[in-house]
Design a protein around this ligand. Structure first.
Ligand code: FMN
Length: 205
């Protein structure tokens, strides 16, 4: 049995939808146990209410909160974060910054790490968010995996779409009204399956 954890932060639900697609893809690999977690919120309930995020977050309130010490149980961890000014959210950064103990013990060395993201706009920093996230995974000794071009959705020129060799992604629109497209969800499923397949091979060695 190999274990895949999908750990995400989402304010308005786009990354949550992508996380479910990533998890579904990972579940396609036999003998793989997939768990989905969200990182703790840092924004006050008042601010969430004011920005309309409170209602959106109810859709995934049932997802358990991630605990840093539990990461050591995984063979692969796939992280999802929206973009904030071209980088990961403070909520995800805060979670990663609680991994000092794991860093010191080498608890994540040799595990597979992968990242997916979401922006409001087409050129709003998807690639910088994912590649800057990779630095933390490399410091932890993880094996960084993206999405190879065998996923044909990456070359789709018929529509506006997220997705790159760095990882799955979606575009939310500046008002958040755009939802992950079929192409983006397919790339997310591919990422989950691809990472889980590699983790399975590593676990079987
Ligand atoms: C403070 C802040 C900074 C943001 N920075 C960017 C950005 O640099 N580029 C961009 O395209 N969208 C940016 N966004 C939009 C978010 O990335 C977008 O709301 C998010 O991807 C939606 O995902 P979610 O529904 O999972 O929260 C920003 C939003 C906030 C609140």
């Amino acid at each position: 049995m190999s274990k895949v954890q999908v750990i995400f932060y989402s304010m308005y639900g786009h990354i949550y939808k992508m996380a479910e697609a990533v998890a579904a893809g990972a579940r396609e690999i036999e003998s793989t146990e997939v768990s989905v977690y969200q990182v703790p919120e840092l924004v006050s309930p008042e601010a969430l209410e004011r920005t309309g995020a409170k209602a959106a977050r109810e859709a995934f309130a049932h997802i358990p909160v991630a605990v840093p010490d539990k990461l050591v149980e995984a063979d692969a961890i796939i992280f999802g974060t929206p973009t904030r000014f071209g980088m990961m959210t403070a909520q995800m950064r805060n979670f990663l910054d609680q991994m000092g103990k794991l860093w010191m013990s080498g608890g994540l060395i040799g595990k597979v790490g992968s990242v997916f993201t979401s922006t409001a706009t087409q050129h709003g920093g998807q690639e910088t968010t994912i590649t800057s996230f990779h630095a933390t995974l490399l410091h932890q000794g993880m094996i960084v995996v993206g999405v190879p071009y065998s996923e044909k959705g990456l070359t789709n020129m018929n529509e506006i779409t997220g997705g790159s060799p760095y990882g799955a992604s979606t575009l939310a629109g500046t008002d958040g009204s755009r939802q992950p497209s079929q192409n983006e969800l397919a790339i997310a499923r591919f990422q989950g399956k691809h990472v889980a397949g590699i983790a399975r091979k590593l676990a079987a060695r």
